[in-house]
Design a protein around this ligand. Structure first.
Ligand code: FPP
Ligand code: MG
Length: 294
């Protein structure tokens, strides 16, 4: 991962503008899931490291914009760029990272460039879907799965496929792996929002529903509840919850075994990812992701 950080820093240095370098230095580094996959598929090679850095630039840009859209003040346990430098700077830094990523992407083979750029277009549609779905309580499971596929899994799918293309491995099975891993990853993220705490997550817990996000556990809960419980759940949507309301919600999740059911669905996607590839290291990534705590 150090080589990828070095490449990212090299890309940023090429922009030759201290305002960008100073803000970039304040971005806290994340799990680099996409890079880990590329690296495990395409190996330790100059092109592979460069592809990792391109995908990380695009991913970082999307998070900078997402934090503005979500009005988030914490990212990975540290102040977000919008909190530190304001929304305008966060957007412009996102634009800069995104454009540099695309400039570097254009130096790859056309197949790789088109795979990644198509994914980024879908990523943007996914964010739009997420915002659209947040306008009212959503109980449509299919709309949720489509949104998380676009918002989260497409870039993981494309990163895995592009890495396979780099080394002449099978594109489709690696895409299938990345897609299912990505969907499982987002479901786990949505579960952790409910089951974890701020210190572990590096961002406030129980914030999705308050932010208007009816994630899988809320959809499953709604489907399991009786009419009066459904009404009460809908009334809590997009609100700051009192201690009593929070404990009612937790009690409902327990009563209907919603977390267990959600974990099972994430595991089903993880199993699909596992059966798409034979590479033991890639299988390890799936298991670590399912068992992660943040
Ligand atoms: C985080 O989701 C957000 C994403 C995975 C995608 C964001 C995509 C965009 C803003 C559009 C693309 C923009 C560019 C510049 C390429 P979340 O809010 O559910 O997760 P979080 O809790 O980590 O914020
Ligand atoms: Mg967000």
């Amino acid at each position: 991962m150090n080589k990828i950080d070095d490449k990212l820093n090299e890309f940023i240095a090429q922009l030759d503008y201290s305002v960008v370098s100073d803000m970039f230095a304040k971005i806290s580094s994340g799990k680099k899931l996409r890079s880990k996959l590329i690296y495990k598929i395409a190996g330790d090679d100059e092109k592979s490291v460069r592809l990792c850095a391109v995908v990380e630039l695009i991913h970082l840009a999307s998070l900078l914009h997402d934090d503005v859209i979500d009005d988030a003040s914490l990212r990975r346990g540290k102040a977000s760029i919008n909190a530190l430098f304001g929304n305008k700077n966060a957007i412009m830094l996102g634009d800069t990272l995104y454009s540099k990523g695309f400039f570097e992407l254009s130096k790859f083979d056309e197949k790789i460039a088109s795979l990644i750029s198509d994914a980024v277009c879908k990523l943007s549609l996914g964010e739009l879907m997420d915002v659209e779905l947040s306008k009212a309580f959503n109980s449509d499971e299919n709309a949720y799965f489509r949104m998380i596929y676009y918002k989260t899994a497409v870039l993981i799918e494309a990163a895995s496929g592009a890495a396979a293309l780099l080394v002449g491995a099978d594109e489709n099975s690696h895409k299938e792996y990345g897609k299912n891993l990505g969907i499982a990853f987002q479901i786990i993220d949505d579960i952790l929002d409910i089951t974890s705490d701020e210190a572990t997550l590096g961002k406030p817990a129980m914030s999705d529903f308050k932010e208007g996000k009816s994630t899988l556990p809320y959809i499953l809960l709604f489907k399991a509840q009786n009419e009066s419980q459904k009404e009460r759940l809908k009334a809590l949507f997009a609100k700051d919850l009192s201690v009593d309301e929070l404990s009612w919600l937790k009690e409902q999740f327990n009563k209907y075994k919603i977390i267990e059911k959600s974990v099972q669905i994430a595991k089903d996607y993880a199993d699909k990812a596992l059966s798409a590839v034979s590479n033991a290291e890639l299988k390890e990534v799936v298991n670590a992701m399912i068992n992660r705590k943040f």
